[in-house]
Ligand binder design. Structure first.
Ligand code: FAD
Length: 380
């Protein structure tokens, strides 16, 4: 894609590509097979400063812009989607502290997270509340000079490995989305308990689990910003997250496409390679076109974000298109591999499974359509 990159952006993109190719990719199949948290890969990504790429320099990060973050994310997802997914839970999970934390909270938490020494998890979803965040039942009750939190969170990425929970809880149960607050809760706090670690269809290294909060005492200084503004803080976090999910989806689609092109040049049917059958050529042409379109949409969302311009609609469009594109492209790549794509623990079937999650988390495809529809209807 013809895109004017700065020398630093190009250098970081190449560093991520090299890490993905030489370190992440060789371990990806094993991570998927064993569903083990990619500690080694996280350490390697931290060494290049990637854990702190959304953290300002004064708090130990590298303070990169959205475009550079997405360029890096795409490359990492190309090598090992689970590792990129774990890193993204860091990069976007940190955002509520970066954007709305007090100086003390930033000083306390950001340097360790940026260095990859500490891990974070982002706790919103519950049994009865996923897309509808205002329906959460986890609540924090004021007792004297502190809060007492009770609740049960489900589907939380990085939960088992995390040191710090960014926790959404109701402080005013009657106030709908205006009653949601965000707390910074150490996972080692008394009353925080890890539940089931889920066996998953894809992204199997991302350590997704339940967390229970039972009479957890939280101090005022661990409340993020103002009580009742939690929904606003979380939505702001999702803005950057949607662009990074688009980048993950594009990286996975690109890896599947590359594999399909390579295979199509070697597999012979009816006396010629697959790449010489026009039906396969057309499939490859469609895949390349869709990846290209998704990448341009992601770049445009990043450009608007980095210029501080409204980008909500474009970020949702990029996330919606890129994630559904990745499902189509990985499925087509599997089809081109025939039966060999379906058996064992091969690359394309793993990418087919891993990419599916991009349509679900950080706002499902349906939620993106609701946001986009609202934007286009409001602008008329
Ligand atoms: C691998 C993975 C990692 C995750 N990590 C995290 C994490 O770190 N932290 C966290 O808090 N959560 C996490 N989640 C949860 C994720 O954010 C939710 O699954 C997602 O928001 C959808 O919520 P839900 O599953 O409850 O589905 P629901 O909200 O119950 O929706 C079910 C279906 O109905 C559709 N739907 C819902 N409402 C509407 C509507 N108004 N109109 C049309 N369609 C609608 C949805 O799009 C979906 O298809 C993760 C999920 C996965 C799969």
């Amino acid at each position: 894609v013809p895109l004017e990159l700065t020398p630093q952006q190009r250098e970081l993109q190449m560093a991520a590509r090299s890490l993905a190719e030489n370190v992440l990719k060789p371990r990806a199949a094993e991570i998927d097979r064993t569903a083990v948290f990619p500690t080694e890969n996280l350490r390697a990504m931290a060494e290049l400063g990637f854990c702190g790429m959304s953290v300002p320099k004064e708090y130990g990060g590298t303070g990169l812009d959205a475009l550079t973050i997405c360029l890096i994310t795409e490359e990492l997802a190309r090598g090992c989607p689970s590792s990129a997914g774990v890193l993204m839970a860091f990069v976007v999970g940190i955002q509520p502290i970066v954007q709305f934390g007090s100086h003390r909270q930033k000083e306390t938490f950001l340097p360790g997270l940026a260095a990859g020494r500490k891990h974070i998890c982002f706790c919103v979803t519950e049994e009865h509340a996923g897309s509808d965040v205002a329906a959460i039942r986890t609540h924090a009750v004021r007792r004297g000079d502190h809060w007492v939190v009770n609740g049960h969170k489900t589907l939380i990425g990085n939960a088992a490995a995390a040191d710090l929970c960014i926790l959404a809880a109701k402080t005013d149960p009657e106030a709908g989305h205006k009653g949601v607050s965000v707390f910074l809760v150490p996972k080692a706090a008394e009353g925080v308990r890890l539940g089931t670690v889920y066996d998953k269809f894809g992204m199997r290294g991302t350590n997704t689990a339940e967390l229970f909060f039972e009479n957890v005492v939280v101090r005022d200084e661990d409340l993020l910003g103002d009580p009742g503004k939690g929904s606003h803080y979380l939505l702001k976090t999702l803005d950057l997250a949607r662009l990074t999910v688009a980048a993950e989806a594009i990286g996975m689609a690109q890896a599947a496409f590359d594999s399909a092109v390579e295979y199509s040049k070697t597999r012979i049917t009816f006396g010629k390679t697959l790449s010489n059958h026009q039906a396969i050529q057309f499939k490859l042409a469609d895949m390349a076109t869709e990846i290209h379109a998704a990448r341009l949409m992601m770049y445009e969302g990043c450009r608007l974000y980095d210029q501080g311009r409204p980008f909500n609609k474009e970020a949702s469009m990029a996330k919606l298109y890129a994630s559904e594109m990745a499902s189509r492209v990985t499925s087509d790549a599997l089809q081109i591999h025939g039966g060999r794509g379906f058996v064992g623990n091969g690359l394309v079937q793993r990418l087919f499974r891993d990419s599916r999650y991009t349509e679900i988390w950080e706002g499902t495809s349906e939620i993106q359509r609701i946001i986009i529809a609202r934007c286009v209807l409001d602008s008329k």
